[in-house]
Design a protein around this ligand. Structure first.
Ligand code: DUC
Ligand code: ZN
Ligand code: ZN
Length: 467
């Protein structure tokens, strides 16, 4: 068994930062020592002047998702390699039950895509494409035996993934019984479809109309409805995904102030990018930023409110909703009709750096950075303390982060399977220096050392935040 010592760094966790040396024995963390107190070991990794953080956990990715007449362009191979290079050592991807399909078949198909191809550890949530007696029964089985303790439902996309309120309530009641978390895509899909039809009839076909036909009121309304449905289901645990808008955040805040079992995540794109500057780019360029929920107006307070929500814990987690599509042939499916542009942005490689910029800009503390990208997603989704913390007994998933480094983001240098970047040309502070996954150094000083197939499926338990 190999013994390693990460020496001289500042270990950052959810409770703060301490100078400590980290002893790794094989795949796990064995001990933390006050500087200079650790035993001599053969392999030492120098972390002087650097931050030593838990490998990040991205709780929302869509590798190879069939969507919008095509597939998300990252495979489990390309997407998890990119994630690893960017300091993410665990993803939770969404296995899909297509409408009419048996849940277990959808899950088996997802295992088939991932197994033998992942560079880092991975787990699954389950998208429920249909709520009926059979799928409700399957939820119990997935929680008890398959390590899947969270289920995503859609209030949007009628005819694709959509569930009506009765179906949502039934799934929530089941989750209340078996301890699972319900994850909600909260947008009022039927109302959005009316606005989309009306816009197209007026000849409004450019990408910006994707955002204009998904107003924040329809995110807020669905968020509020999901919260009340969860309340009727005896306070079933509810997690709102990709929250983008101030009015939706208000609903989550109110629910949390009332003591409800309600949580939410946001994503880097909503913290930095806007309807006008990206989605409204000239011509068809804005298609690169078509995602749902959509980017919001820079003339409103969304971005500032989301950063504040992260500080106050009304937003608990930052995930990517990584769902990449190439511009050529994929985004181009929507030329002349914005409603046909496949929805999704890819940023699994850049979440750690993009959120570190929030620390540099004074919007997040160091420990809150680690909490929102690693510790809380691990706790929220039943991976803790195996993942999300540097502590004795935890997996030795560790990122050595250089706060003095710089990261330049570009499609020319990124590792995601995308022909463009949502962050093209951005130069930000901080840089991932070294990445360890279960004790193995898989990236160091810009060199990639990992391999496809080394990542393992992790069965998850129930959320730490269950009450
Ligand atoms: N939103 C996206 O942007 N892509 C995939 C699915 C979703 O809900
Ligand atoms: Zn969604
Ligand atoms: Zn998603």
């Amino acid at each position: 068994m190999s013994i390693k010592l990460i020496k001289g760094g500042t270990v950052v966790g959810p409770t703060g930062a301490i100078l400590a040396d980290v002893l790794i024995d094989g795949e796990t963390i064995a001990a933390l020592y006050a500087p200079g107190r650790a035993p001599e070991v053969e392999e030492t990794i120098d972390a002087s002047g650097k931050l030593v953080i838990p490998g990040a956990v991205d709780a929302h990715t869509h590798m190879e998702l069939p969507f919008g007449g095509t597939h998300a362009s990252d495979t489990f191979d390309t997407g998890t390699k990119a994630a690893a290079i960017g300091g993410t050592t665990t993803i939770i991807d969404f296995a899909v039950q297509r409408t009419g399909e048996v849940i277990q078949d959808g899950l088996a198909a997802w295992h088939g895509k991932a197994e033998g191809n992942c560079h880092i550890d991975y787990a699954f949530h389950m998208i429920m494409g249909g709520v009926d007696d059979e799928s409700l029964k399957a939820m119990d089985h997935l929680v008890a035996s398959e390590g899947i303790s969270s289920f995503k439902l859609f209030m949007a996309y009628p005819g694709v993934f959509y569930s009506d309120d009765g179906q949502i309530l039934r799934a929530m009641q089941k989750a209340r019984d078996n301890g699972a978390m319900i994850m909600m895509h909260a947008e009022n899909g039927p109302a959005i479809d009316v606005l989309v039809r009306q816009a197209l009839e007026r000849g409004e076909t450019d990408p910006i109309h994707h955002g204009l036909t998904r107003p924040q009121e329809l995110e807020a309304e669905a968020t509020s409805r999901a919260i009340w449905l969860a309340s009727v289901a005896a306070d079933c645990p509810l997690y709102i995904v990709h929250l983008s808008a101030s009015k939706a955040l208000d609903q989550v805040k109110n629910a949390r102030d009332l003591g409800k079992n309600v949580f939410a995540e946001t994503c880097p794109q909503y913290l930095y990018l806007t309807l006008e500057d990206q989605l409204g780019a000239p011509g068809f360029e804005g298609a690169k930023w078509v995602c749902s929920t959509p980017l919001r107006s820079k003339h409103e307070t969304h971005r500032a409110d989301l950063w504040q929500g992260l500080r106050t814990n009304d937003l608990s987690v930052v995930s990517t909703d990584h769902c990449p599509f190439c511009f050529k042939d994929q985004k181009e499916l929507g030329l002349g009709d914005f409603s046909k542009i496949p929805n999704g942005i890819g940023s699994v490689e850049h979440r750690v750096d993009l959120l570190y910029q929030g620390v540099v800009d004074g919007k997040l503390s160091l420990s809150r950075w680690v909490e929102t990208i690693a510790t809380t997603p691990a706790r929220m989704f039943g991976l803790f303390p195996k993942k999300g913390i540097i502590a004795p007994g935890s997996d030795a998933d560790v990122v050595i982060y250089d706060p003095a480094g710089r990261t330049r983001i570009s499609a020319e240098t990124h590792h995601m399977n995308m022909d463009h970047s949502a962050w093209e040309g951005w130069e930000i502070d901080g840089r991932v220096d070294t990445v360890l996954s279960r004790g193995e150094v898989i990236a160091s000083g810009g060199e990639y050392l990992g391999r496809a197939g080394r990542g393992q499926y992790v069965k998850r338990g129930l959320s730490d935040y269950l009450i």
